[in-house]
Design a protein around this ligand. Structure first.
Ligand code: OAD
Length: 241
């Protein structure tokens, strides 16, 4: 693998990297979208129609994330190690709304689909930290208004966050690694094609199974993220001059 150390590594993670930490992914057997209809909990229309159901879904997710048994796994830790050592730096973009990259030691994480442990006030627009359930009467910590909080997550039909930062990383990177994502949701699923169009990065997919965009990658590494990601990071660091 020929990668320029002076160029940043762009990493895109999906629910598969957190599966071994005890958080269910979205698609496939036992996935979240098996038990819940996406249109009922992950769209602005659903929130307008039935806010209690949507809040309940995210309250459950938040409680699961904060359960004592949930912790970062070796894949999260390895990516923090890569960011500490890679000369050109790492731009870590995640579709995950959990905080396992941060708990695993990554200082700078781009949460393109938002964050479960934050809420946004529809009154004053402030984004604030939130670790409890959100109730109909919950008040915004910034402005004090009650009943105006929504999860700080990106729903289907809404614009992902930080696309300017991601666009710059696509242009600059010398290596693109997609980990544990099924390649079903755009724009993230299109990053590999965008990187290839720029033309100077090697592309690697790490996944248990084939994703919807596997054929677009230069290299595919099959297996659990907790094993394949530390291996890959060791390999990259060993190849540094
Ligand atoms: P998915 O649930 O669609 O895909 C998870 C991927 O991880 C699959 O390709 C699995 O094969 C793979 N996988 C599972 N366990 C793994 C493991 N231990 N090691 C490596 N790979 C593993 O999740 P995402 O692709 O992240 O968006 O889903 C993308 C978006 O769809 C989410 O951010 C969410 C969802 O609807 C919104 O809610 C806006």
């Amino acid at each position: 693998m020929d990668v320029e150390p002076a160029r940043p590594v762009l990493v895109l993670t999906g629910a598969g990297i957190s599966a071994e930490s005890g958080l269910p992914s979205f698609r496939g057997a036992d996935g979240l979208w098996e038990g819940w209809r996406l249109e009922e909990v992950a769209t602005p229309e659903a929130f307008a129609r039935q806010p209690e159901t949507v809040q309940r879904f995210y309250n459950e997710r938040r409680r699961s994330l904060l359960a004592a048994s949930v912790a970062p796994n070796p894949a999260h830790l390895a990516l923090a190690r890569l960011a500490d050592r890679w000369p050109g730096g790492v731009v870590l973009v995640t579709q995950n709304i959990d905080d396992l990259h941060e708990r695993g030691g990554s200082a700078s994480v781009v949460h393109m689909h938002g964050e479960l442990l934050k809420v946004r006030c529809l009154g004053c627009q402030a984004v604030t930290l939130w670790r409890k359930d959100v109730a109909a009467v919950s008040a915004c910590d910034a402005c004090g208004q009650a009943g105006r909080l929504r999860p700080h997550v990106v729903w289907f039909g809404e614009m992902p966050l930080a696309l300017d930062v991601i666009e710059a990383a696509i242009e600059a990177c010398g290596l693109f690694i997609a980990i544990g994502t099924s390649g079903n949701v755009y724009p993230a699923a299109g990053f590999v094609d965008a990187v290839r169009r720029v033309g100077h990065a090697h592309t690697i997919e790490v996944n248990l199974d084939a994703s919807a965009v596997t054929s677009a990658f230069d290299e595919v590494r099959r297996g659990p993220a907790s094993v394949r990601v530390p291996e890959l990071v060791d390999e990259l660091l060993a190849g540094l001059p």
